[in-house]
Design a protein around this ligand. Structure first.
Ligand code: ATP
Ligand code: MG
Length: 411
């Protein structure tokens, strides 16, 4: 039998209800902050991610679903959303006409990684990007919006972690010193961190390896290297977070490890997800649009993993509170049944029934099993009088009503 590919899965039933609830929450909450939805292609030129995510990142160096299409073009199934959204912005020329744009997206992403709990090869992200504004207040507002979004979905027990990466210049000196620090204990670091020493030393800081974390305890602190402007920007961001009522902790090892990130970076983590704890992650990227399109436009955004959100959602958020209606009929009253069910649906009532009408008893049993609240009985008598017998399960009460009266009861 052919099965879904490793790290990919079919979604139905509760998974889809949760997916829809997340999309609804994104529309509602991000909409309140003035964001509009954007839909971009899943397939992009590989070069977009090489430049827009960075060759030295795990995502690009080992996780990409890249291949040649039939026209010999190098293409990649998008591993993340930001690069495509930035490309769309630049391609449409917003940076020249009206640079301030607020967009959000929902959709599948592809990364060839080792599947485990909360880590798939096909997964989904909800993300936001805002272009054209550099302001500490905005950074705080974006973080607050991320919190509002998760709160809308009833998720609790989250921690907001923030840090500042400063600007490229101040980071250069820091990276030099960090490399010196790493060099002194290189043999004690994990293989991953040893590789990062050369390519992406900053990223080693947030290694998930326990031994690394111990080694990095006394590593130089990035904050000490920030220039005055960046320090003030960070302090202002924290002040606005407080004004907005966001509880946060500063994690001086939180990095996004890419050159174009600057100043604010943040993650929202849950203590209920084991090692895949980060639900939502983002930051300010004031150089990305320059790298991708020579445009001096600042940007900020975040992406949240929808599967990780779904794992944290309580089932109550997707339970439908609607009345459950079961319709009972017989071979002789099938026409009356067909017309009645059609009219009920037209009026927005969801009904359940047996496609092969059996005995009254058998149908009642089924209605009971399916936890129906109301049973509508369409027998010969009802048909002849053009009425419906309604039985309310909770009280056992049973009475004949006209169609209009039934609608009143069910609505
Ligand atoms: P991690 O350190 O967990 O690999 P990352 O830095 O690669 O995360 P981002 O690129 O920042 O993750 O993606 C943002 C969010 O998307 C993550 O916080 C997570 O919730 C989700 N995510 C990332 N990769 C996966 C995956 N393979 N499966 C499921 N969700 C994922
Ligand atoms: Mg990853």
């Amino acid at each position: 039998m052919i099965t879904a590919l490793k790290g990919m899965k079919d979604r139905y039933s509760d998974d889809v209800k949760k997916y829809d609830a997340i999309v609804d929450a994104s529309k509602k909450v991000f909409g309140k902050y003035g964001f509009e939805r954007i839909i971009t292609p899943i397939l992009e030129e590989t070069e977009l991610f090489r430049r827009g995510v960075g060759d030295e990142t795990d995502v690009v160096s080992k996780e990409m679903y890249d291949f040649k299409d039939k026209g010999e073009r190098d293409v990649t199934m998008r591993p993340e959303g930001t690069a495509g959204v930035v490309r769309a912005y630049l391609e449409a020329g917003f940076h020249k006409s009206s640079p301030i744009v607020k967009w959000f997206y929902n959709g599948p992403m592809y990364r060839y990684e080792a599947p485990q709990k909360g880590r798939m090869r096909e997964f989904h992200q909800t993300g936001v990007e805002m272009f054209g504004v550099r302001s500490a207040y905005l950074d705080a507002e974006i973080i607050k919006m991320g919190c509002d979004f998760l709160e809308e979905l009833g998720i609790t027990g989250l921690v907001v972690e923030i840090n500042s990466l400063g600007n490229v210049e101040s980071r250069k000196k820091y990276i030099e010193d960090l490399k010196k620090f790493m060099f002194e204990r290189l043999d004690k670091l994990s293989e991953d961190s040893q590789k990062r020493y050369e390519k992406n030393p900053l990223r080693a800081l947030d290694s998930k390896d326990k031994g690394d974390q111990e080694e990095f305890k006394d590593a130089p602190k990035l904050y000490d290297y920030l220039d005055e402007e960046s320090k003030k920007y960070f302090e202002d961001t924290k002040k606005y977070l407080e004004l907005l009522g966001v509880n946060y902790v500063v994690n001086d090892k939180l990095v996004r490890g890419l050159d174009y990130y600057s100043d604010t970076v943040f993650e929202i983590k849950s203590n209920k997800l084991g090692s895949q704890a980060t639900v939502l992650a983002g930051g300010r990227y004031d150089r990305l649009l320059e790298i991708l399109g020579n445009a001096k436009v600042p940007g900020i955004g975040f992406a949240a993993g929808m599967e990780r959100i779904a794992m944290l959602m309580d089932d109550s958020i997707i339970s439908e509170n609607e009345e459950k209606v079961y319709v009972i009929y017989f071979d002789d009253t099938k026409e009356y049944f067909v017309k009645t069910v059609n009219k009920l649906r037209k009026n927005g009532i969801k009904v359940n029934f047996d496609y092969n009408a059996k005995s009254f008893g058998a149908q009642m049993k089924k209605a009971n099993r399916e936890n129906a609240e109301y049973v509508l009985i369409l027998g010969e008598e009802e048909r002849d009088e053009n009425v419906i017998t309604v039985k309310k399960f909770s009280t056992g009460e049973q009475k004949k009503y006209s169609f209009e009266e039934v609608l009143e009861i069910l609505k």
